[in-house]
Design a protein around this ligand. Structure first.
Ligand SMILES: O=CC(=O)O
Length: 327
């Protein structure tokens, strides 16, 4: 009898492909595939499980090529690029990585808060170009301690950011469509605020919402204008959650102290993106997630879910839009 097939589409790094092999559970036929539709669809013909990133092009063609598919297991937290309606038609549950990257993304968010508030890029540029502290007066720099951190989206990642923020001595407030119980808020040390109140009263705002129709451009010109003059905004979620043009204008006009951005409207951004010229931004290349520790953690979670389904159990971390498929 042939073994159940898992198709894994890892990122292109050779080392990660090796990791995908090393961590794979026994008792399965493991196929490492590229993401090009033709090759992938050929590999999917007999596959019961697909483990991949959302850069795999989903749609009726992909699900049609995989008639035995029981689980579409993402290595990512976000699933905004996945064709959820096609998955629903094919009756295949889509699962995310179960919070595997919460630590890496939360640490990255804190790193962006620190590098923006301490003007690290300006300092590095001066020191490494022989200017030591620069030619003019030093810009203002801030501590995190005693500042108010506003977290937008208190899921697994947002909660981790809250804990780290508390460890830095910050007051932490949050906005989410679902409010915690008062006991849970007390245990985490956070206070609920409506979005408008949160934006107007936070020194640092950190975004941790999924991208969907209600979060696209949830931070636009009006919301940016309502923020404190010296506020910092950090985005490690998805670029389109912020109106990038409005943010660029606010930063250029010094309406905000600065921004730390790991995600952009378009990735990679165009070479003439005006954000590149601004002194008050720190930009990273959508690298908040993929630490090596996280590559391991998310493959482990993915394979655990595969084994769960293979045992006849329900998968964990099904995206809410498809919850009815596993009821
Ligand atoms: O962007 C990264 C992820 O969604 O995990």
């Amino acid at each position: 009898m042939s073994l159940p097939r898992i198709v894994v589409v890892p990122p292109t790094f050779a080392a990660t492909q090796e990791l995908a092999r090393t961590l794979a559970p026994q008792g399965f036929d493991l196929v490492i595939s590229g993401s090009e539709p033709a090759a992938l669809e050929a590999n999917l013909a007999d596959a019961e499980y697909l483990v991949c990133f959302p850069n795999v092009k989903t749609g009726d063609a992909l699900f049609g090529a995989a008639p035995k598919l029981k689980l579409f297991q993402l290595l990512s937290a976000g699933y905004d690029d996945v064709d959820i309606e096609a998955a629903r038609r094919a009756k295949v549950p889509v699962c995310n990585n179960g919070g595997a990257n919460a630590i890496s993304v939360a640490e990255h968010a804190i790193m962006l808060m620190l590098t923006v508030s301490r003007r690290v890029v300006w300092q590095h540029d001066n020191v490494s170009n022989g200017r030591w502290r620069g030619n003019g007066p030093a810009p203002r720099m801030y501590e995190l301690s005693e500042k108010t951190l506003g977290i937008v989206g208190l899921g697994t990642i947002g909660k981790k950011v809250a804990r780290l923020g508390r460890a830095f001595g910050m007051r932490v407030q949050y906005y989410d469509i679902a409010r915690l119980t008062e006991d849970a808020e007390d245990a985490l040390g956070v206070r609920f605020r409506l979005l408008g109140e949160l934006l107007a009263t936070s020194d640092i705002v950190s975004l941790h919402v999924p991208l969907n129709a209600s979060t696209r451009h949830m931070i636009g010109e009006t919301q940016l204008a309502s923020m404190k003059d010296e506020a910092i905004i950090v985005n490690t979620s998805r670029g389109p959650v912020i109106d990038e043009a409005a943010l660029t204008r606010a930063l250029a006009d010094n309406k905000l102290f600065g921004a730390g951005l790991d995600v952009f409207d378009q990735e990679p951004p165009q070479p003439d993106n005006p954000l590149f010229k601004l002194p008050n931004v720190v930009l990273t290349a959508h690298y908040a997630g993929p630490t090596w520790d996280n590559q391991i953690a998310r493959l482990r979670n993915a394979y655990d879910n595969v084994q769960r389904v293979a045992r006849g159990e329900k998968p964990l971390w099904v995206v809410p839009e498809l919850a009815e498929l596993v009821r």
